[in-house]
Design a protein around this ligand. Sequence first.
Ligand code: CUA
Length: 336
Amino acid sequence: MLLVSSVLQMRQGSTIASSIDSLFDFLFWVSVVGLFAVTVATVWFAWRYRRGRIAADATPYIDGHTPSELTVAGLLFVLVMVIFYWGWVGYERIVNVPANAMEINVTGRQWQWLFEYPNGRKMAGELVVPLGRPVHLLMTSTDVLHSFYVPGFRLKQDVIPNSYTSLWFEPTETGEFQVFCAEYCGTAHSQMLAKLHVLEAKEYDRWQTRWEYKQKLGDDNTVASGGVGAANASAGNTVSLVDRGKKFFNDKGCTSCHSSTDARMVGPGLGGVFGSEVSLEGGGTVTADENYLRESIMQSTKKVVRGFPPIMPIYQGTLTDDEINALVAYIKSLGN
Ligand code: CUA
């Protein structure tokens, strides 16, 4: 059978790609068969019932045929439900991020993609991921709407300011894949590209270890030449995301109201809060995901935890996206 992806010569670079292609091929062939059937029927009826063969004044009165109407409606209903179920199963797979996925922060901005690994490594316009391991992209934008699109993986997700969206994938093929921005975002939208490199898992680990080792060496060199103070100053961009978040947590004064365990202070303790159900003032609960943490920092009075006064300052406009990403990563790392 003709497969659309092979006609377009598209690589299937992720675990989800082939099932998305199957659904697409199914829709394509349903459409082809449907178009053919309707066209043939139209031509046949036009010829069969053309003027002249049957006297114009002898057109019979037809008031329906219940069995054939029910059959057609039933078949179409089944077809639509098959398509719905198929799409729903795929959607579930796409939105449910596996718990063991490696997390990478993605920031979209006019007109560039920025990536940050858990170890603090930052890349611009280039993303390197391991083969055969699930990767979770936690994405946000510093300005307008963007959309992270990897055709080779059959995945696309909007990236929006002041909020996180997620995308996860597991690469099934090494090599280079093109990343596009798929949401018009201004003058250089079409140049908002990135390269996604998939390396063998071992090679990927080496690639990270080499970098971590180099960073260490770099710091040691600074210690030798410029003393401890210089080493601290340069350590800012080499520490892991979690450690940077911990530093902000202390520097921004969070520690005066929040403990890093579940101990209650002026505000709720943050140990083990990520992923838990939080009861809110005024009723209702919310799952403490990345977006809830972000909102609670930026617009702290919007969802106040039950039993606490709404006195936390609003940090909207005073923290950069970079700082929020680090704080969220730190809070996520806190166990009970
Ligand atoms: Cu970013 Cu288009």
